[in-house]
Design a protein around this ligand. Structure first.
Ligand SMILES: C[S@@+](CC[C@H](N)C(=O)[O-])C[C@H]1O[C@@H](n2cnc3c(N)ncnc32)[C@H](O)[C@@H]1O
Length: 287
């Protein structure tokens, strides 16, 4: 955090924040995130141009825009129409199309139903979930909760699905979808590196983001996991590198064990085609 800021610093930071907020590539990012990066850049650069360049470089790694996006407005509209028509096949198709638009969920499509079946076989069917750095993953709800009938009732209670990301249109889109599904709009624009999620839940998902998170924020992964108010942590890693197809399983297994070293939390490892998952029992939800 910055110490005392004089007016000149503040004007500099505001100018950098606004320039990024108006840019086509990163304008959809949460303003709080941009401002935080602008404050950090202001300490290292005297010229706004250099600071803007530095913030854009950080955002390239944090937002990973190259992983892809659907056309949010068009997709929201089509989902509204499909729900209004009670067209289940079309809803499924549109969810798949949304998931297919982002690399992380696209890679998971072939294993998706089995993925959640196996994870929830360990944790039990959750009634409250945190999906941290979610991207499009909440659109997989129908594969997480496939039971026919009122699929979002768990032990008589309506599912609470909290989702966190810093991409504003993505979060609006997810909330639109949640409401169509009859769920509360609990997705939020929140920088989880600045504010750890506080909500209580059975399961926290932190899927395929820990390596990037560590690159972007250093050693923040361990305190983040420690702070989460959940019984189960579900943390996953790509098992094969995107470039070059190297097997990353043993590297990430070592990394994961290191990250929670000393906590005495039991780990169950699940290996899927392309994704290595650790289901970690932190303790009781109300502990
Ligand atoms: C690789 S994608 C995550 C994929 C998703 N968890 C999955 O496996 O389907 C990374 C996502 O994390 C978000 N993100 C990155 N840093 C974040 C932060 N500090 N707080 C909240 N979200 C963040 C990005 O906007 C992006 O949507």
């Amino acid at each position: 955090m910055m110490g005392r800021m004089d007016k000149k610093d503040e004007a500099f930071i505001t100018a950098v924040t606004e320039a990024i907020k108006q840019s086509r590539k990163y304008g959809d990012t949460s303003e709080a995130t941009i401002r935080q990066l602008a404050e950090e850049a202001a300490r290292q650069h005297k010229k706004p141009k250099a600071a803007i360049k530095a913030v854009r470089a950080r955002l390239h790694s944090i937002m990973a825009p190259y992983l892809g996006d659907p056309d949010y407005d068009a997709m929201a509209q089509q989902l509204s129409e499909a729900f209004a028509a009670h067209d289940e096949a079309r809803i499924t198709q549109l969810c798949l199309q949304s998931l297919d638009a982002h690399l992380s969920t696209r890679e998971r499509l072939p294993i998706m139903a089995d993925f959640y079946r196996q994870i929830f076989a360990v944790t039990g069917q959750p009634q409250a979930v945190l999906d941290i750095a979610c991207a499009l993953n909440p659109l997989a709800l129908r594969w997480m909760f496939p039971e026919a009938g009122d699929r979002y009732l768990v032990n008589g209670e309506r599912l609470k699905f909290y989702a966190y990301d810093i991409h504003e249109p993505r979060i609006n889109f997810i909330n639109h979808y949640f409401q169509l599904e009859g769920l509360e709009p609990l997705a939020r624009v929140q920088d989880v590196a600045m504010h750890f999620p506080q909500e209580q839940a059975d399961v926290a998902l932190f899927l395929k983001e820990m390596p990037r998170f560590t690159r972007n924020y250093g050693d923040l992964g361990r305190p983040l996991l420690q702070a989460l108010n959940v019984r189960w942590l579900v943390i996953s890693y790509p098992s094969i590198s995107t470039h070059g197809g190297r097997n990353l399983t043993s590297r990430y297994r070592d990394f994961m064990h290191q990250l929670i070293n000393g906590f005495n939390w039991p780990i169950t490892e699940l290996l899927f085609e392309g994704e290595l998952v650790f289901v970690i029992e932190k303790g009781h939800r109300d502990q």
